[in-house]
Write a protein that binds this ligand. Structure first.
Ligand code: PLP
Ligand code: CA
Length: 302
């Protein structure tokens, strides 16, 4: 099992000699919200100079691949569309190629998720605000779209009680598929403000529908399998860098990758040590092989 060791210069040299591909999480590793983290862009450039392939892996469903490329550029990083794996893209890909969706998707998500569905030629309904108007006297006659065959849940700042009712109602038909982008509980914004993440939206629908969704983002293997097939990746020669234990680090363990935790995001070293001290297999999958304070320090070691 992984030992959560500080990545020293000697260990970094040894590790990188056996790595071809670096997967890196975005928020908390490369940037925090709209601000790049110090040294991260330089580290990415250095890894590329060393001949490593760098791929970006984020559970944030609020941007299409194209919008991510723009964000990378604005924050001083270089990335092309093929190198960015966000859950909006991954969900559209899954629905097209694996679920082979016919009919429509009921989308609890934003317009960027809708863009990725458009690119895959998938029809959908449900974007934008959908409040309850006035007093509903007969819920039994609430109009539902008979063409809906799939419910897809992502981050939706317009989540409403009406959307929860519709999602759960579509899912009362067992032939309707239930798919979700990710389960992140909350998003760090600081200053004592808590932004509930997609996991909260999903928990509401999951509870009402009493059904388990297929989850596509980290720690699910699906994202890695897509990248593996596209770039012919060898898990034994792939490093996963992240700031969250039950998504990034667990993804690494689920896929047989080496893992590096950076402490610039949502996790402290104490939390990683608590996982290490636990006997539970789930917790052991949250223990990284290595840790560093931040991405900038990785660049300094190379
Ligand atoms: N989901 C949403 C809606 C977010 O805004 C974020 C981070 O900003 C995340 C998930 C987590 O993203 P990442 O996997 O890049 O840390
Ligand atoms: Ca993160």
């Amino acid at each position: 099992m992984a030992a959560c060791k500080l990545l020293t210069r000697e260990r970094a040299t040894q590790l990188l000699a056996n790595i071809d591909t670096v997967l890196t999480d975005c928020d908390g590793v490369l940037w925090q919200g709209m601000e790049a983290l110090p040294g991260a862009a330089k580290t990415i450039a250095k890894l590329r100079e060393m001949g490593k392939r760098v791929l970006f892996v984020t559970n944030n469903s609020t941007k299409s691949r194209l919008s991510y490329v723009e964000k990378f550029k604005n924050l001083g990083f270089e990335a092309n569309e093929d190198e960015v794996y966000g859950t909006a893209y991954i969900a559209a890909l899954y629905l097209k190629n694996i679920a082979k969706v016919t009919g429509k998707v009921y989308l609890v998500g934003n317009t960027e998720m809708a863009k990725e569905l458009d690119l895959q030629g998938i029809s959908y309904t449900g974007t934008g605000p959908d409040p309850i108007e006035g007093t509903v006297t007969d819920w039994k006659t609430l109009p539902l779209d008979p063409e809906v065959t799939t419910v897809l849940i992502g981050f939706d700042e317009h989540l409403s009680y009406m959307k929860m009712i519709k999602a759960a109602s579509y899912l009362s038909n067992e032939n309707v598929q239930f798919v979700a982008t990710n389960t992140d509980e909350k998003l760090p914004v600081g200053n004592g403000r808590v932004i509930p993440g997609t996991g909260c939206i999903l928990a509401a629908v999951h509870t009402a529908a009493d059904r388990d969704p297929i989850i596509l983002g980290k720690p699910s293997k699906f994202m890695f399998e897509v990248m593996k097939e596209k770039f012919d990746l060898d898990p034994n020669r792939t490093l996963m860098i992240g700031d969250k234990l039950n998504t990034d680090i667990m993804l690494g363990h689920n896929c047989g990758l080496t893992t590096l935790l950076v402490l610039s995001g949502v996790t402290s070293l104490e939390e990683a040590r608590q996982m290490q001290a636990s006997n539970s297999i789930e917790h052991q999958k949250c223990v990284p092989h290595y840790y560093l304070p931040n991405m900038g320090e990785l660049g300094d070691l190379l």
